[in-house]
Each structure stands twice: as structure tokens, then as C-alpha cells.
Ligand binder design. Structure first.
Ligand SMILES: NC(=O)c1ccc[n+]([C@@H]2O[C@H](COP(=O)([O-])OP(=O)(O)OC[C@H]3O[C@@H](n4cnc5c(N)ncnc54)[C@H](O)[C@@H]3O)[C@@H](O)[C@H]2O)c1
Length: 635
């Protein structure tokens, strides 16, 4: 539960500007712009930043800090306009995300800064904070240039912020919010009741040590005082733990959303994870971290798990669902990588490159066109026309191949591809056969001795799908007999568990055979795509409750509905839950704007949007509906 203002008086927030409302120091940025053409620019900027730091830490007074910095600069109106444009772009991320909530509270917000009105006022106006609530210094202009500042202003003197806030005689509970010592001094001088150290952009130990509270986003500040528009729980208090060297893109995407992210390079063992998972809302893992029922027992805040890989065997999916934890993966983010390898291998096999490469490595030389063909005009037979098969179809056609395909499902032909009525027809027509079927049990041994015999003499076979799909002994015999003309195999019925383990298979040493260690999808781009895809699913689930792509909860895509409250009700799939939930809304005369329900064998997921007004005890009543697993309220 969010803390209430202790004496429930109306709260007045006194915000600092630099490194708080905006992510940078306004005057430093202005200096950078004004010095753009100065050959000594870097040195002067460094000197100015050092003075800013001395001012922030209290080593020198604000008057001296301002005087010394301005003396080093020639500032014109053009420079000021440029810094306003820059500051608008560099608004602190949480202010950008919560403009509406800040505007809603603008009548209780003052901005007090030793920066200058010329650039503060336009940025504050964007946030709905009018000029009379912006208290700051002003430049003195002469001949179109800044000639100094109003040295008589209290904000240009030591202790000025505290004196100014006192002079405002604000009613109610006054809270100073900022990242510097001068903001803490407002409270110390008795001008504010409390000081919140604002650490979204800068965290100064000495400042945090003097704070009554710490906040890392503006929504967290609003939440601390239960102000209108504040979230039910701010993201800056939500922890995301990423294990196993997940692509940095994912950590960045979560940080951009405001989460506190810890990224580890290794997997955690069960006990380590059981300890680390306490307080974590989002967990990211790859294939080595096992998320067991035992670990889940310790997961007191866990909302969602991202498997930044294809498989999800490492997660106890039913136990996760039973606790209302959504699990996501990235089944299709490496499609393109597999397709590219297949394309390359078709060309290599049709030119018999594996043989000539081996010969040259062994110190031989044989220049010959025998058995080598172009791929142009040849027939490629694709078995399994899903994500990978259909994309391969497009690339192969672009190289001038004629594509035929076979799929158990009705799949639309892309480009000039032709559907085959049966696998037998496909095998009889193709110069290259590429397998892209899924891992269902019935696909075990899909290509055995009988099927290989039906292939055209000299045709080549590719398997980048699942190891058990091809009978490798039969394939080896066919190649030895000179029927199948070559093969590229990336997946095997038994694969070594680690890079230290040995590898064996019947195809070793055979002519025109490419063997690769299950790397069809292993590229830098695929890793990045996986990072982006899974992070986006996690963010969507936390922000909107959307479960599309979840592997353990019923899938609902739920774009936010403006001016509504959203209830996410996860329950056991049993009769009467929907009626009981809606009876709560009906009793309370709460208007339902939209509702979606999906169920699977064990779980039901109900997303309900209602108009804004509801009493807090509705939440308790919904939680008490029999069968409820988890209730979450958004916005
Ligand atoms: N080598 C690698 O590193 C790597 C990387 C990614 C995916 N894969 C594997 O590639 C395969 C294809 O992946 P995808 O993303 O295209 O899957 P997908 O589910 O999109 O497509 C599979 C298609 O195969 C069809 N199919 C299944 N059995 C069939 C059969 N007996 N005959 C004809 N059609 C059949 C399905 O109807 C479906 O259209 C999967 O087995 C996947 O595990 C391998």
C-alpha cells in the first residue's frame, strides 16, 4: 500500500529542475552550445562542469558558481533557443512517460532552481507548470548578449532556495524534491517538511544520506504521496533480474521503461536463484537457469519470466501459471538466420564445395566442373512451410530457383511457389530438399530409407529442423551408394551437452556433407532480435496485461483503453468465475467498458476495463471470488 502523507494535509511539491525535471544540467548544456566554435571548447566545458559540481556539492556558493561560469561564456538568444530545444528532448524519461500525471498535479508543483528563466520556463510550460510557479534566476542582456544575471535574486545567493521556498508560504505539507545538497537544505532550513532525494538521473551518496525518502521517477514521487494519476505501484520500484548474459538491448528496453535492472553474466543455481528472486518482478533467463517450483515459492513479487531463447523446458510452466506468473519466449526471432544458412548451404552443396575445401586443406588441388551446377532454374522442395520454410521460399526464388513445398496445414503459396499434394511428389520433383517441420513426435524418422529412395538421383538434402526427423544411418548409406548427392545437417538425434563433449554421427567423413553444431539460429542479429522481442512481451504484459506470445497463460492482446481502469483477473478454470466477477461490478454499479476472457485447460484470464470511479474495497471483493489466482489493477 502506498504511504499517505503523514498528517494527510494537501501536499505541495517543490521540484529542482536540473538533473531532476530534465536529465542534464541546463547551464552546462548552454555552455556546450555557446562554445561550439571555440577551439578550446572541451577544456572550457570541463572547467565549467567542475564549477557546477563544486556548486552542487556545496564546496562553493551558488553566487560564485554562477558568476564564474557565465564569465567564461558569450551567450546569445540563438544559443538560448538551441538549449530550450535540447532540454525538451532531454526531459527526464519518467517525466516524459507521465506528462499527463504531472500536468494533473501542476497546481501543487513549484519548480525552484538556480538555473535561468530563459530556458526553464518553456520546458515547465510543456508540463503544465505556469511561469508564476517557476522560481529561478534571470539573465541580464546587453547588445543581444548575456551580460550577467540578477545578482539580487535570492536564488543567486547561498541558501537562496530555502529562503525562496519560505517566502512562498506554501500551505499544507511541503516536500522538496531534488538531487542536490541545496534541495536538502530547503528541509534543513525548515522551509519544507520533507526532502526526497531524486535519483533518476544522478545519485549522490551525500544527498541520499540526508533524504527522508528516495525516488527514482516522478511517478514514484506522486505514488509516495498518493497524488492523483499515480500508479498502483511505480516501475522504478520494480526490479528486473536478467541472468546469463542476455543481450544488452533487453536491459536497455527495460531501463527505458523505468525498471531497476540488474544484469548478470552467469546462470544462477537453484538456491542462489531462490535467494535472488525475492523482490524481483521480472526475471530474464536463457536455457541454463532452471526455474523450479521451489524457486517460485520464494518469488514474492514475480509477474513475468522472459526466456530469451527458443525453448522453455527449463521453466516449470504449470507452477508458474498456478502463481499467475506469465512466461514468454522468442520462438521466431532467429528465422532469418536459419534461412540464410540454408541458402548458403544449397549453393555450397550444388558446387560440391565441402569436397574441394577438404582437398585443399589437405594440400591437394583439383580444378573441375564435374557435378557442379548453378542453383538457378533448379527445383527446391521445402517440407514444412511455416515461418522458416516460407521465408526460405522467397530467398530461393530470388536466386532463380523454382520452389515446391509440402505442409500438413493449408499454407498459402508465396511468389511462384507450387504446392505438392504429398511428400512423395515433392521428393520426386526436387533437386534440393530442405526440411523445416516442427518437432512433433510423428515427425520422428520422417525421412528414412524409403523416402531417400524417392529422391531424384544426385539431389541434396538439408535438415536444419529437428534431429530426429532424418534417419542418419539410412542417409549415410544412400550417400555412400551415390544416390543422394550430398547433405547439410545442423541438428542431430543426439547432440553433445557441452562444447567439451565429443561428437559422433554416421555422416562423418562422407563426401559432399556439411555438418554444423546446431547453429542455424545462432547469430548476433538473432540474439539482438530475441532480446528486443522478449523484452517487448514483458513490458506489454506489465503495462497492459497483454499475454500474446505467453507459453503458459491464455493469450489475450489488450491495447489500453483511454480513461479506464483495468482489472486483470487470473483464475482457475472453473464454472461461475465470470459471473461472480461481474456480480461484484454490478453490485457496485461500476460500468464495464470492455471485457475479454480466454481459458485453457487449467487457467482463465479475464481482462476488464471499467470507467474511472471505483472504491478500493472492490479490489478485495474481486480477490475473494472463489478460484482467483491473482488480481492486478492497472492505471
Ligand atoms: N537449426 C536451428 O538452429 C533452428 C533454429 C530455429 C528453428 N529450428 C527448427 O526449425 C523448424 C521449423 O521452425 P519454424 O519456426 O518454421 O516452425 P513453424 O511451426 O513455423 O513451421 C513448421 C511447419 O511444419 C509443418 N509440418 C509439421 N510436420 C509436418 C510434416 N510431417 N509434413 C509437412 N509439414 C509439416 C507445420 O504445419 C508448420 O507449417 C522447427 O523444428 C524448429 O525447431 C531450428
Amino acid at each position: 500500500m502506498a504511504p499517505r502523507s503523514p498528517d494527510s494535509q494537501p501536499v505541495q511539491l517543490v521540484f529542482d529542475f536540473d538533473s531532476t525535471v530534465v536529465a542534464v544540467e541546463g547551464l552546462d548544456e548552454l555552455a556546450r552550445i555557446a562554445l561550439a566554435d571555440d577551439p578550446d571548447r572541451e577544456r572550457t566545458v570541463e572547467a565549467i562542469e567542475a564549477i557546477t559540481r563544486d556548486g552542487m556539492s556545496g564546496a562553493i556558493g551558488i553566487d560564485e558558481s554562477l558568476r564564474r561560469r557565465l564569465a567564461m561564456l558569450t551567450i546569445t538568444r540563438r544559443h538560448v533557443d538551441a538549449v530550450v530545444r535540447l532540454l525538451r528532448r532531454r526531459l527526464s524519461p519518467s517525466f516524459r512517460r507521465h506528462v499527463a500525471a504531472v500536468r494533473r498535479n501542476a497546481d501543487r508543483i513549484h519548480v525552484v532552481s538556480s538555473g535561468f528563466r530563459e530556458y526553464l520556463e518553456p520546458v515547465c510550460r510543456d508540463l503544465g507548470i505556469p511561469p508564476e510557479r517557476v522560481h529561478c534566476n534571470e539573465f541580464r542582456w546587453k547588445g543581444g548578449k548575456v551580460a550577467g544575471f540578477d545578482a539580487a535574486s535570492p536564488l543567486a545567493r547561498p541558501g537562496g532556495k530555502a529562503r525562496l521556498v519560505k517566502s512562498l508560504k506554501l500551505p499544507g505539507r511541503v516536500v522538496a524534491v531534488g538531487d542536490g545538497i541545496t534541495d536538502a537544505e530547503i528541509r534543513d532550513a525548515g522551509a519544507a517538511h520533507e526532502f526526497v532525494a531524486y535519483c533518476e538521473n544522478v545519485e549522490r551518496e551525500a544527498v541520499v544520506a540526508r533524504a527522508d525518502r528516495v525516488a527514482r521517477s516522478v511517478d514514484e514521487v506522486l505514488w509516495l504521496y498518493r497524488l492523483p494519476g499515480s500508479p498502483s505501484f511505480p516501475k522504478s520500484r520494480m526490479a528486473a533480474l536478467l541472468c546469463e548474459n542476455i543481450h544488452p538491448e533487453a536491459a536497455q528496453a527495460l531501463r527505458d521503461e523505468g525498471y531497476r535492472v540488474e544484469a548478470l553474466s552467469d546462470a544462477l543455481g537453484e538456491e542462489e536463484l531462490a535467494r535472488a528472486i525475492k523482490g524481483v518482478s521480472i526475471l530474464g533467463i536463457r536455457s541454463k537457469t532452471r526455474l523450479t517450483a521451489r524457486v517460485l515459492q520464494e518469488a514474492d513479487r514475480l509477474l513475468a519470466v522472459g526466456c530469451f531463447c527458443i525453448g522453455t523446458d527449463q521453466v516449470d510452466l504449470p507452477a508458474s501459471a498456478a502463481r499467475g506468473v506469465a512466461v514468454f519466449n522468442a520462438p521466431y526471432s532467429n528465422t532469418r538466420s536459419v534461412v540464410e544458412l540454408a541458402v548458403g548451404e544449397i549453393v555450397m552443396l550444388m558446387r560440391r564445395v565441402p569436397d574441394s575445401s577438404r582437398l585443399l586443406h589437405d594440400g591437394g588441388w583439383r580444378k573441375s566442373a564435374a557435378g557442379c551446377t548453378e542453383v538457378r532454374g533448379k527445383v527446391l522442395g521445402i517440407v514444412g512451410y511455416g515461418h522458416i520454410g516460407s521465408q526460405l521460399s522467397i530467398l530461393a526464388e530470388a536466386m532463380g530457383m523454382q520452389v515446391v513445398y509440402h505442409d500438413l496445414e493449408e499454407r498459402l503459396a508465396l511468389g511462384n511457389a507450387r504446392k505438392c499434394r504429398s511428400l512423395t511428389e515433392l521428393l520426386g520433383r526436387s533437386d534440393a530438399v530442405s526440411l523445416h517441420v516442427d518437432g512433433r513426435a510423428s515427425n520422428r524418422g520422417l525421412i528414412g530409407e524409403r523416402e531417400l529412395r524417392k529422391m531424384r538421383p544426385g539431389a541434396v538434402l538439408l535438415n536444419l529442423s529437428r534431429g530426429h526427423v532424418v534417419d542418419l544411418d539410412a542417409l549415410a548409406s544412400s550417400i555412400r551408394a551415390g544416390h543422394v548427392g550430398g547433405a547439410a545437417i545442423d541438428v542431430f538425434p543426439e547432440e553433445p551437452l557441452s562444447n567439451r563433449d565429443p561428437f559422433d554421427c554416421p555422416l562423418r567423413g562422407l563426401p559432399n556433407v556439411i555438418l554444423s553444431p546446431h547453429v542455424g539460429g545462432s547469430t548476433a542479429e538473432a540474439q539482438q532480435a530475441i532480446g528486443e522481442f522478449v523484452a517487448a512481451r514483458l513490458v506489454d504484459f506489465v503495462n497492459t496485461g497483454g499475454t500474446s506470445g505467453s507459453v503458459n497463460l491464455p493469450q489475450i492482446s489488450a491495447p489500453p483503453v483511454p480513461r479506464s481502469h483495468r482489472f486483470l483477473h487470473l483464475h482457475r478454470n472453473q464454472p461461475g468465475v465470470l459471473a461472480a466477477v461481474n456480480a461484484v461490478f454490478a453490485r457496485r454499479k461500476i460500468n464495464i467498458l470492455g471485457q475479454a476472457l480466454r481459458t485453457d485447460d487449467s487457467t482463465g484470464y479475464l481482462v476488464t476495463d471499467v470507467d474511472r470511479r471505483y472504491a478500493a474495497d472492490v479490489v478485495d471483493e474481486l480477490k475473494a471470488v472463489p478460484g482467483t489466482v491473482r488480481l492486478r489493477v492497472l492505471y
